[in-house]
Structure formats: structure tokens, C-alpha cells
Design a protein around this ligand. Structure first.
Ligand code: NAP
Ligand code: MG
Length: 401
């Protein structure tokens, strides 16, 4: 059979440790036999980042801006132990942080739903996608531990010297204060990314803040979302048959627990941090969670939500067998290939991505899976496969379909 042709290259960002091993296996078994892969390859493995003074990371992000779609393998974020292990010149920054700063995006995370891996919340029939604002608030705060009685004030000094001043609290004894901020620019980008992604995936969009209590800060988020929606998206949402729904954060949490799923939940930075861990653990496993960074200009970077699975890699290096789950990394590839197909009008490529996803899910539903899933599945008589054989089993399912 002739291989599927591509027109525009996909930006391929290779990574580290166990996921780097899976990366090659996925390409060899599941992509290259079927697709005449056009990719611009960037090696984001830590050794090469170190050799290039991390230039490769920035170049890969710039290539993503140029071509529009990237697929990324998990990468090591260096810490003190990695400095020695890899003999690094510097403690290079998190590649994801660097890429996010260049693409200016919002991260969407969605669970891969499979029969036999049931969410703890019984009524969740469809995935819930979490969209987390990744700038500001408590993650860029300034704090003071107040030693004793005194007056705390919030002061803004404009470029022309004019000041706005508000009393925070008249302390009669020791306490704490915190200063946080956000920018209209960042909130606007976040809103566009959410509305675009909702249209793209034809799902309702929920957004929630605590605007009844935070009448300026949170209210600003609500207003920016609302103004952008009315001006640019209301009509498109109506045409797509989807809805934008704003409510209070506590009401949203209560409703999510009763919902069937199948929507995008946009969260402020802290809410997104907390709720994405709740949603992902309730759905089963980090290894079954996809992640895509979407920029406000419509550039996409697909990856798995988990890390490089270091513990499994050290076993692999010792020649021991591993059973590492490659599903989220496979879905990073299918997500990127489908988007490439969509942008370039290549329906064969889109169909290939859909089929590879179905084959992956069917393999698990047929009882063939990795160890992490065997521990949580409700299926009986399952076969636990090693890392390589699981990927081969998916290929067999794919070929039989
Ligand atoms: P991790 O790679 O996510 O793995 C943590 C544990 O979760 C594993 O030891 C394993 O549990 C389980 N797990 C995760 N993914 C799995 C998979 N695909 N199949 C089976 N089990 C899986 O996190 P980490 O070990 O804390 O971090 C390792 C490195 O990844 C770090 O250097 C960190 O900087 C990096 N990291 C990168 C990204 C990214 O690139 N996006 C994200 C997070 C972390 P068991 O050991 O119990 O089997
Ligand atoms: Mg967290």
C-alpha cells in the first residue's frame, strides 16, 4: 500500500529517557510504515540542549511558529542531580516553559477514555478537557510576613507619577499579606485560545471565577471573556451548536461532579493547577492524559501530560524489562498529524490519525495493556505486555482493522 503523503513538515521535538525510547518505537512501528513522514527534527534531549546552550529549544519553538504544528516528547527539566548526571554547563530552564513563553499559549489537558478504565465519578461518560491559564496570580506573587501592628496598603504608581492607593488592612498584630497581578494581554490571549479550542473540538466551554467576592480582579477575567465572546465568537458558537457558559467557581465544581463530561473547563491559574490533578486522577492515569499547547494565533504543540518516566528508564538501562504506557505519546503524534492534515486539507492523514487512535483504544479494550493499566482496569483476563510488545499489539490491531 502506498504511504500517506504530507505537504508541510511537522516540527518534531525529541526528548529524554524512557519516553525517548518509546518515541523511536512509535515512529518505527506505527508511523513510518504508513506515512511518508515529513518532519523538521529538533533533538531536545538534555545532552543536545546542553551542547547547543539550549538554542535548540528556542529554535524548535520558532519553527513551530513558522509551520504551525509540533509534536513533543517528554524532556528532563534539570535540577541539581541532573547537573552532575549530565555534566551540564548550566541548569537549563524547563523546555516547556521556554516553548510556552515563545508561543504564548494555553495548555489543554484531556483524558483518553477507554472501556474498562472507568472514572471514579460514575456519571462522567465523556472526557473533561481542562484549560489552564498559565500566567500570573499566585504563581507570580509578592509576599510579606507582617511582623506586628501597622498599616498595609496597595499602591500603584503610574508612569506620570499619579498614584492609586487602597488600604489592605490595619494590623493590630502579626499576620501576612500577598500581592498578585495579571495583565489584560495575557487574559485576552487565554480567552482567545479557549474560544478557538472550543470551536475546533466542537465542545461547550465553561469558565468560572469568584467575581462576586473579587469584584475587580476576578471580575476583569469575566468581563474580558464576555466582551471577546460577544464581539468575535457568539455567532460562530451558535453555528457550531455549542455554548459558552460562565458561572461561579464553586457552582462550577458542583456542576462538574454531576455532569456527563464532553466540555472544556477553563480555569484561572490556581484553579487549573488543582482541578487538573483532580480530573486526571479521577479519570484513571497520567499515562492516559493528552496535553496540547494552543497559542492565540492558532499554533499547536502536542505532547503527553507525563514526564520521562525516569524509574522505568533506569530499569531499561540495566537490561530489565519495562512495561511503560505509550498511549499519551501515541496520541500526541495522532493529534499533531490530524491537525497537520486538517490545515493542509489531507483527509487521508486525518483518517490515519483517527484510525490509529481507535486501534490503540481497541487494543486495551481487547485486554492487552501495560502494567499501570492492569492495576486499575475492571476488565478480566488481561494480558500485561512489555513496552515494545504493547506497541506491536497496537500495530496488529491497526492492520486487522
Ligand atoms: P513521570 O515521568 O511522569 O513519572 C512518574 C511516575 O508515574 C513513574 O515513575 C511511573 O510510576 C508513572 N508513570 C508516568 N508515566 C507513565 C507511563 N507512560 N507509563 C507507566 N507509568 C508511568 O515523572 P517523574 O519521574 O517525576 O519525572 C521524570 C522526569 O520527567 C523529570 O526529569 C521531569 O523534569 C520530567 N518531566 C517532564 C515533563 C514534560 O516534558 N512535559 C513533565 C513532567 C516531568 P511507577 O514508577 O510507579 O511505575
Ligand atoms: Mg500541580
Amino acid at each position: 500500500m502506498a504511504k500517506i503523503q504530507m505537504t508541510t513538515p511537522l516540527v518534531e521535538m525529541d526528548g529524554d529517557e524512557m519516553t525517548r525510547i518509546l518515541w523511536q518505537m512509535i515512529k518505527d512501528e506505527l508511523i513510518l510504515p504508513y506515512v511518508d513522514l515529513k518532519s523538521e527534527y529538533y533533538d531536545l534531549g538534555l545532552e543536545h540542549r546542553n551542547e547547543t546552550d539550549d538554542r535548540v529549544t528556542r529554535e524548535s519553538a520558532e519553527a513551530t511558529l513558522k509551520y504551525g504544528v509540533a509534536v513533543k516528547c517528554a524532556t528532563i527539566t534539570p535540577n541539581a542531580a541532573r547537573m552532575t548526571e549530565y555534566n551540564l554547563k548550566e541548569m537549563w530552564k524547563s523546555p516547556n516553559g521556554t516553548i510556552r513563553a515563545i508561543l504564548d499559549g494555553t495548555v489543554f489537558r484531556a483524558p483518553i477514555v477507554v472501556k474498562g478504565i472507568e472514572p471514579c465519578v460514575k456519571n462522567w461518560e465523556k472526557p473533561i478537557t481542562l484549560a489552564r491559564h498559565a500566567y500570573g496570580d499566585v504563581y507570580k506573587n509578592t509576599e510579606i510576613k507582617v511582623p506586628g501592628a501597622g498599616k498595609a496598603e496597595l499602591v500603584f504608581t503610574g508612569e506620570d507619577g499619579t498614584q492609586i492607593r487602597e488600604l489592605i488592612h490595619d494590623f493590630t498584630g502579626a499576620g501576612i499579606i500577598q500581592g498578585i497581578h495579571n495583565t489584560d494581554k495575557s487574559i485576552t490571549s487565554f480567552a482567545h485560545a479557549c474560544f478557538k479550542y472550543a470551536l475546533d473540538t466542537k465542545q461547550d466551554l465553561w469558565f468560572a471565577t469568584k467575581d462576586t467576592i473579587s469584584k475587580k480582579y476576578d471580575h476583569n477575567f469575566k468581563d474580558i471573556f464576555n466582551d471577546i465572546y460577544e464581539a468575535e465568537y457568539a455567532k460562530k458558537f451558535e453555528e457550531a451548536g455549542i455554548e459558552y457558559f460562565y458561572t461561579l467557581i464553586d457552582d462550577a465544581v458542583a456542576r462538574v461532579m454531576k455532569a456527563k463530561g464532553g466540555f472544556i473547563w477553563a480555569c484561572k491559574n490556581y484553579d487549573g493547577d488543582v482541578m487538573s490533578d483532580m480530573v486526571s486522577s479521577a479519570f484513571g492515569s497520567l499515562a492516559m492524559m493528552t496535553s496540547v499547547l494552543v497559542s492565540p494565533t492558532g499554533v499547536y504543540e502536542y505532547e503527553a501530560a507525563h514526564g520521562t518516566v525516569q524509574r522505568h528508564y533506569y530499569k531499561h538501562l540495566k537490561g530489565e524489562e519495562t512495561s511503560t504506557n505509550s498511549v499519551a505519546t501515541i496520541f500526541a503524534w495522532t493529534g499533531a498529524l490530524r491537525k497537520r492534515g486538517e490545515l493542509d486539507g489531507l483527509s487521508d492523514l486525518e483518517k490515519f490519525a483517527d484510525k490509529l487512535e481507535r486501534a490503540t483504544i481497541k487494543t486495551i479494550e481487547d485486554g492487552k495493556m501495560t502494567k499501570d493499566l492492569e492495576l486499575i482496569t475492571s476488565l478480566k483476563d488481561v494480558t500485561v505486555l512489555n513496552s515494545g510488545n504493547f506497541i506491536k499489539a497496537i500495530r496488529e490491531t491497526f492492520d486487522a482493522m
